[in-house]
Design a protein around this ligand. Structure first.
Ligand code: FBP
Length: 262
């Protein structure tokens, strides 16, 4: 494996993955506030911003749009995903193979793992296949590491988040995408538990500019390399301006005040 700094989804070792698999994971509700985002092209355009080091999408959206954006956007193939219509224990269908994602042009692959679900064993086995295939194609592997299911109610407890980060390391992910556990100190615990696996913060539902940037700053100060974010970017009226601010906090490590003044 090449060093993370040289990874196609990193910019100087930092990362901003723009996630746009919500049409599958959540359905139409996520597009209600800014209806133009229902059109994938709107978000592909947003992803051409310099701050975005990769766009994470499902197979159908990659097939339909990546050929028009391959010179401007790095593709992160989100391999598994499930709709919100599914009412069973947390689980995620593998919707495309790594071989096919590589054929489409992926620069990296992403995989959701629900540690603690009673589907965890099957999901770990599916992850093994994907991770080993990704190694053959020299594609970085990002794990959406989301403990949930059965008795797991609060998936943001610091120990649970640190465990999720560690699970990503143990199973061979290059990057662990975890929820922010509430403070920079608690995030640092997750970063330490992840060892050589890079940690990125997961965005979550939309908050104010200042609140979100402060959380991102807390994650960066904790040693996270960036974030994977969807709604907090493209549910804003001016996502490009907000990406300018995120670029400052992530890549230039500015203060939140400095980023807000841009
Ligand atoms: P957000 O920043 O909008 O939370 O997107 C990140 C993401 O992991 C998406 O890739 C995915 O669709 C969604 O969150 C899953 O969210 P949930 O926590 O509801 O499963």
């Amino acid at each position: 494996m090449r060093p993370f700094e040289d990874s196609p989804i990193s910019r100087d070792g930092k990362v901003l993955i723009l996630a746009y698999d919500h049409g599958l994971e959540h359905g139409p509700v996520d597009f209600e506030d800014v209806p133009e985002t229902m059109n994938p092209e709107t978000v592909w355009e947003t992803a051409t911003h310099d701050a975005v080091s990769a766009l994470a999408v499902q197979k159908g959206i990659a097939e339909a749009y990546y050929p028009s954006y391959e010179d401007d956007v790095n593709l992160l193939a989100k391999l598994n995903g499930t709709s919100n219509l599914w009412m069973g224990e947390p689980d995620s269908a593998v919707n495309w193979s790594v071989d096919y994602a590589a054929e489409v042009g992926a620069d990296a692959v992403g995989f959701t793992m629900y540690g603690g679900s009673n589907k965890e064993v099957e999901m770990a086995e599916e992850f093994r296949k994907a991770q080993e295939a990704a190694r053959k194609h020299d594609l970085p592997v990002v794990m959406w590491s989301y403990p949930r299911g059965q008795g797991l109610k609060n998936d943001k407890k610091p120990d649970t988040i640190a465990y999720a980060a560690r699970q990503a390391l143990e199973l061979g992910a290059d990057v662990a995408k975890v929820k922010y556990p509430g403070s920079s100190e608690k995030m640092e615990f997750a970063v330490d538990m992840a060892g050589p696996t890079q940690v990125v913060m997961s965005g979550g539902s939309k908050t104010s500019d200042r609140d979100f940037l402060s959380t991102v700053k807390g994650a960066i100060d904790a040693g996270a390399v960036g974030l994977a974010v969807g709604r907090n970017v493209w549910q804003r009226e001016n996502p490009t301006q907000f990406l300018d601010a995120l670029e400052a906090v992530i890549y230039e490590e500015t203060s939140v005040e400095e980023a807000l003044s841009r």
